[in-house]
Design a protein. Structure first.
Lengths: 379, 123
């Protein structure tokens, strides 16, 4: 069944052919799982390599006369040192509103090569495309333009075998460092590759011409180490990796300090205080925020979901769960949520209220499962 | 008596005045991997339509409703340790509860296999 109001991606027909269950997500018809099932897909990604269609995400160029001008333009709405980004490198950052709340989280990369001077490539959340593009366009000076990219698909290949799989089609990807970006050929097709992802594993994201997306996906899936992975496992993988899902774990009311992603704030920007909401954010850095995002491990098997109330040992409400579910790698439920800062220390025992019952939970280190990003062997 | 079904994808088999209730293969397919099942305590009185159990898949929690009035006289404790049984054998070993019916006449309101099949085809 097809809902005509939903958008498709260049890979939607392939998902259907592979037996995916398609569900509406951020206005797109997207695969939530394939016949293998979420737990098997999750484990496959942790053990081998998983292929994800993330073409619903927003890809856009920010184009100015030179790197300094374009970077300065983006710095007006982010707290990160975009100007310090080296050619061929990518950075995770956030767009901020005037009160220091997070409008979206995104990846920004500075492509290598003289022909790309003044160009930054952005990848934003599907659900935030319209909001982001309007906000960015409004903030730009005359000589910098936002150019949304509508003719490319985005394919993620994630897992410990991703590098070896991709090498056969795109040898140039093999020696890329974590968070590096590079343009190259995949079986003769021009693609932009970044060594990053949303699973906690080594892996890549490939921005590819829409017309070539299916051929590229089929070429990767032809490798027996690769399985197609749906949004269900994407969510459980990112939760185990302690990564935020926009609209759930971070939103327009939460600051980067509350969201425990202070690494998006670089020293020069903090010293200058020249970003939206700097007053609040610098004060939170100085005095500590009133609430902060933490992870939880739960006793028993019952998962706590988004919206579950968090209570302290006296039964007082001290926060709320923003993401939660079953962690296939751990074989146990995990969650993340916001708590009053006094309850945020690792090891603090709290309860998560599920269907009227208090489930014992402990504030835990994140990531829940160790990240295994690629580290270049030292020369 | 043959197996009966509800529109909420539960199956019911009857032995005397005790109904055994589980979820159908279609239901487990829709749920995906089941990771937790919460069952009612034995002795609890339930009315038709009451929440009798909760099934948690990786993605979400779903309620299982009592298909009949009665008293819970059995709960399948195996599911506490092996919730995945719901995916493996939903219409057999992975039954949820046994309910001692207070009104066996309510069985007439349930679908037989042919009617349930037609119901699935209409979805």
């Amino acid at each position: 069944m097809t809902d005509a109001s939903l958008l498709s991606t260049p890979l939607t027909d392939l998902h259907r052919e592979l037996g995916a269950r398609l569900v509406p997500f951020a206005g797109y018809e997207m695969p939530v799982q394939y016949p293998q099932g979420i737990i098997a897909e999750h484990s496959h990604t942790r053990e081998k390599a998983g292929l994800f269609d993330v073409s619903h995400m927003g890809q856009a160029w920010l184009v100015g006369p030179d790197f300094e001008t374009t970077a300065a333009a983006l710095e007006r709405i982010t707290p990160s040192a975009i100007a310090a980004l080296k050619p061929g490198r990518q950075r995770y950052t956030v767009l901020l509103n005037e009160t220091g709340g997070i409008v979206d989280d995104l990846m920004v990369s500075r492509p290598d090569g003289a022909e790309n001077d003044g160009r930054l490539f952005l990848v934003v959340n599907a659900s935030r495309k319209a909001v982001d593009y309007e906000m960015i366009a409004k903030s730009l000076p005359e000589n910098v333009k936002l150019e949304p990219v509508e003719d490319r698909a985005l394919i993620a290949l994630q897992g410990p075998m991703a590098a070896d799989v991709l090498k056969a089609h795109a040898p140039d990807a093999a020696d890329m460092a974590f968070m590096a970006v590079r343009s190259m050929e995949f079986d003769g097709i021009a693609v932009h590759v970044s060594r990053s992802g949303y699973t906690g594993e080594d892996g890549y994201e490939l921005s590819v011409p829409a017309g070539a997306a299916e051929a590229i996906a089929r070429a990767l899936l032809a490798d027996e180490r690769v399985a197609p992975i749906g949004l269900g496992a994407r969510d459980s993988l990112r939760l185990e990796a302690g990564l935020c899902l926009y609209g759930h774990d971070i939103d327009e009311t939460t600051s980067p300090v509350e969201g425990a992603i202070t690494f998006v704030l670089q020293k020069r920007r903090k010293e200058a205080g020249d970003f939206p909401g700097a007053e609040r954010i610098l004060k939170e850095l100085e005095d500590g925020p009133s609430r902060v995002r933490v992870g939880f491990t739960l006793e028993g098997r019952a998962p706590a979901r988004e919206g579950a109330e968090i209570r302290n040992s006296e039964g007082r409400t001290v926060g709320v769960v923003t993401s939660g579910g079953f962690a296939p790698t751990l074989g146990a439920p995990i969650a993340m949520g916001y708590v009053e800062t006094s309850c945020a220390d690792v090891g603090t025992r709290l309860t998560l209220v599920v269907r009227g019952r208090e489930l014992p939970a402990t504030v835990a280190e994140m990531p829940f499962v160790p990240q295994r990003y690629y580290r270049k062997p030292s020369a | 008596m043959s197996t009966r079904y509800t529109e909420d994808h539960e199956w019911i088999t009857v032995d005397g005045d005790v109904a055994t209730v589980g979820i159908t293969n279609y239901a487990q397919e829709q749920l995906g991997d089941v990771v937790f099942v919460e069952l009612p305590e034995v002795g609890r009185k339930v009315s038709k339509g009451d929440e009798a159990a909760v099934v948690e898949s990786v993605k979400a929690a779903s309620e299982v409703y009592a298909p009949l009035d009665g008293e819970v006289v059995g709960a399948n404790d195996v599911l506490a340790d092996e919730p995945g049984k719901v995916n493996e054998d939903p219409e057999g070993a992975a039954w949820f509860v046994k309910i001692k019916m207070s009104d066996t006449g309510q069985l007439d309101g349930l679908m037989d296999e042919a009617a349930y099949k037609a119901h699935l085809e209409g979805l």
